[in-house]
Design a protein around this ligand. Structure first.
Ligand SMILES: [Zn+2]
Length: 502
């Protein structure tokens, strides 16, 4: 996701480096200069979602939108195999919509967002669960965290390698809220409405709260087969390409994706095209907006495919969304804030589309811990956006943008001890988050770009190939980097990601 503002300041910066870190980083650079030759960049993923979907959890989902009640009835069956290496006695499903039940837990109720997200005042949303079945039998279930975004269900012992089928039936009450989740005017923006299996990590299910800053979502890849019943006249924008059947229902499949998102509007105008093998769709309130965003999306896909390897899915969609953010990414779909479609903001629209499209590689294809290590997708996408600008518009444009997006955040004066390596719940506002995680985080990639003979792109391509459709921890990133660079760059990471500037 990208917040809207980027406050610039020209205060001089002095980095407070732990002596040992700075020395080690310099040593690493010197060592590197002595290494012969360059490491050849590895091939792009080549591995497409179709093949990657083998043995992943399989979601069969039926959705029914009621635009009178603002509800979405959800029937979801998940065929899953226990691949944790352990015996499971419970499953955890993320029910993010429940955070919208109250002002205390709603991420849209953050002070700086409240008026923009709730122009008509607070509006509650949430899930009502009707059935939880495991292999056709009722399962006991309970929420395990305060904002009710983690639903645990008890199951008979499921040995490693065993399969089972989870069925959930629930109704989502969509809040009137201009957010990634909510009804905004006549539009339904249904990010994170589908209940998804949580990530099982280090012997436990993740139960992170819905932080107001950043994107708290961490999930593994799965396959989705979705049927959507919507009232006549709504045009869907979706993670998968949807086709309308003779029965009026929309259907689509998406394989090897960590989420499935949907927006619907009666006012969408669609433009479509292709970028290589990828079908590209752009939905906006105006034909001109749809066409403009389509061209940027195509250019971004082509640029990143050449830099980081093939785009993994058969289709990619960008859609206009009514929220106070630049954009929000999902696999196969990016929401782009409506403000960016204004006639006088074409340049901004291009940068936002470029940043959000980069998330298809860094977030969607290579999963990372968005809650605890948000730099690992956001900083990489900021860097990728800069590379997009250099590839399309040359060094001068790149330098100018780098100044505003990276150099200025490095000089900015911030109180507190925030670093790009901080988890999202350390951040109290979106401005600091953007400055530190996006701007200062991207400085790491620029440093790597100077340092590595193949530039940072060579490494990112290798990293993308190694962790395609998987989840890369920070340690995975570091080990992959050190292998690629043939030296220990951990001190450099510590310097850029964990060192407080003053
Ligand atoms: Zn982002």
């Amino acid at each position: 996701m990208a917040g809207k503002r980027c406050i610039l300041s020209l205060f001089p910066a002095r980095r407070r480096l732990a002596g040992v870190c700075a020395a080690a980083a310099i040593l690493a650079i010197l060592l590197f200069a002595l290494l012969p030759g360059r490491t050849a960049p590895q091939q792009g993923t080549g591995l497409r979602a179709a093949e990657a979907g083998e043995n992943l959890p399989d979601y069969t989902v039926t959705l029914r939108l009621d635009d009178q009640e603002d509800t979405l009835a959800i029937s979801e069956t998940v065929l899953l195999r226990n691949d944790t290496g352990e015996t499971l006695s419970s499953l955890m499903v993320r029910t993010w919509l429940n955070a919208f039940q109250s002002e205390e837990t709603s991420p849209a109720a953050l002070e700086e967002l409240y008026d923009a997200c709730y122009p008509e005042g607070f509006s509650p949303g949430g899930l009502t669960i009707y059935d939880v079945l495991w292999n056709g039998e009722r399962a006991a279930y309970a929420y395990v965290n305060e904002d009710q975004t983690a639903l645990e269900m008890q199951i008979p012992a499921l040995e490693n390698g065993q399969q089972g089928e989870l069925t959930l039936r629930c109704v989502a009450q969509i809040p009137a809220c201009c957010y990634r989740t909510g009804k905004a005017g006549r539009d339904y923006q249904l990010g994170n409405v589908l209940p998804l299996l949580s990530l099982y990590q280090d012997g436990a299910w993740r139960t992170d709260a819905y932080s107001a800053v950043g994107d708290p979502f961490v999930s593994a890849c799965a396959n989705f087969h979705v049927t959507l019943h919507a009232p006549e006249g709504y045009v869907p924008a979706c993670s998968a390409a949807l086709t309308k059947g003779a029965d009026g229902a929309w259907r689509g499949d998406l394989r090897a994706a960590r989420d499935f998102c949907l927006c619907l509007s009666p006012d969408y105008v669609t433009a479509s095209g292709r970028a290589g093998e990828t079908a590209v769709y752009s939905l906006s309130k105006t034909a001109q907006g749809a066409k403009r965003a389509l061209e940027y999306a195509k250019k971004a896909l082509e640029t990143y495919a050449s830099l980081y390897g093939a785009y993994p899915y058969p289709a990619f969609t960008v859609c206009e969304a009514n929220f106070p953010f630049s954009g929000m990414e999902y696999p196969g779909l990016c929401m782009i804030g409506a403000d960016n479609y204004r006639e006088d903001r074409a340049d901004t629209l291009e940068l936002v589309v470029a940043h959000e499209t980069a998330h298809q590689w860094f977030y969607a294809l290579v999963g990372s811990d968005q809650a605890l290590q948000p730099w690992q997708d956001e900083a990489l996408c900021e860097y990728a956006m800069l590379r997009y600008v250099r590839a399309r518009y040359g060094q001068g444009s790149y330098e100018t943008l780098k100044y505003y997006r990276v150099d200025a955040p490095m000089r900015e004066k911030l109180s507190g001890s925030l670093t790009p390596g901080s988890p999202i719940d350390y951040f109290g506002n979106l401005t600091d988050y953007r400055t530190v995680v996006y701007g200062r985080g991207a400085a790491l990639l620029l440093a790597l770009d100077e340092l590595l003979p193949g530039g940072a792109d060579g490494f990112l391509k290798a990293y993308g190939s190694e962790f395609a459709f998987r989840f890369a921890t920070r340690a995975d990133f570091e080990e992959s980097l050190n292998r690629y660079a043939k030296m220990d760059l951990s001190p450099l990471l510590l310097d850029y990601l964990d060192t407080v500037m003053d």
